[in-house]
Design a protein around this ligand. Structure first.
Ligand SMILES: C[S@@+](CC[C@H](N)C(=O)[O-])C[C@H]1O[C@@H](n2cnc3c(N)ncnc32)[C@H](O)[C@@H]1O
Length: 252
């Protein structure tokens, strides 16, 4: 999905996209269908939904924000995939008011659990939207990454507060309502009936290095992308990643 106009954007998406693309490929082979039914819950303006539609899949985006859905529509049209992307206003807690239960080959829930009232229910609904053996792609803010980032910025008390706070927040000014450990996410996913296939750390280093280094040093962005890919699945590194990605399959 890397966009030549915005190469640094690939730092946020590369690891997740590679894992997701492989998972969708495997579903295509397993189902024998050319195009899958994909649900992107909290899909926003289509960072993932539009590239997934470009692979030929039909994507339904459920999001409470009319602005995000408007941006999604425009982006899908610009990418020439408007007929394969449907935006629906709705909430992960009332998911089945707007989409079919058990109707999807893959469900994405990226950057949403941090903000919802009841993350466990959010995960249960995302899983309930899947067909048997369907793929779940879950991305959420990691606790360790926030602790490390606050400490490296010299905010040691905030780092310690994040470490001990039940929601992983570093203080009142923290814009993220909730963060997770890999164990919390895998437990929630398994409790909802999903077999975990892989857990990756996303942005292990990217948020810690000065941007100017990445932008001006020749070859630095590519080298950083390769380093992120190499470290993503190693438990020691993923536990200090900014985000955690869990890929799983709904038990049949
Ligand atoms: C950080 S953005 C992530 C957008 C997109 N998934 C991505 O990865 O680029 C969070 C999105 O979650 C949506 N959201 C917030 N609360 C939600 C809820 N209760 N149910 C579903 N989506 C929600 C927001 O409107 C926003 O579009």
């Amino acid at each position: 999905m890397s966009d030549p106009q915005r190469p640094r954007a690939s730092l946020r998406t590369a690891v997740v996209w590679d894992v997701l693309e492989d998972a969708l490929d495997r579903r295509v082979k397993a189902t024998g269908k050319d195009s899958l039914d994909v649900l992107d819950t909290g899909g926003g303006s289509g960072n993932f939904a539009v590239p997934v539609a470009r692979l030929g899949h039909r994507v339904t985006v459920v999001d409470p924000s009319p602005n995000a859905l408007f941006a999604l529509e425009r982006r899908a049209a610009e990418a020439g995939v408007a007929e394969r992307v449907q935006g629906v206003q709705g909430d992960i807690h009332g998911l089945f008011d707007v989409v079919e239960r058990g109707g999807y080959d893959a469900v994405l829930c990226h950057g949403v659990l941090e903000y919802v009232d009841d993350p466990a229910e959010g995960v249960r609904n995302a899983v309930a939207a899947l067909r048997p053996s369907g793929a779940l792609s879950l991305l959420a803010a990691g606790l360790g990454g926030a602790v490390l980032a606050r400490a490296l910025a010299g905010h040691f008390s905030e780092a310690r507060r994040a470490l001990t706070d039940p929601d992983g927040r570093w203080g009142e000014g923290d814009p993220v309502p909730r963060r997770f450990t890999a164990e919390q996410l895998t437990e929630a996913v398994e409790a909802a009936g999903v077999e975990v296939g892989a857990v990756h750390g996303v942005r292990v280093f990217a948020d810690l290095v000065p941007g100017v280094l990445v932008d001006t040093e020749p070859g630095a962005l590519d080298a950083l992308l390769q380093l992120e890919a190499a470290a993503a699945e190693l438990p020691a590194f993923r536990s200090v990643a900014t985000q955690l990605h869990v890929l799983g399959e709904k038990r049949g």
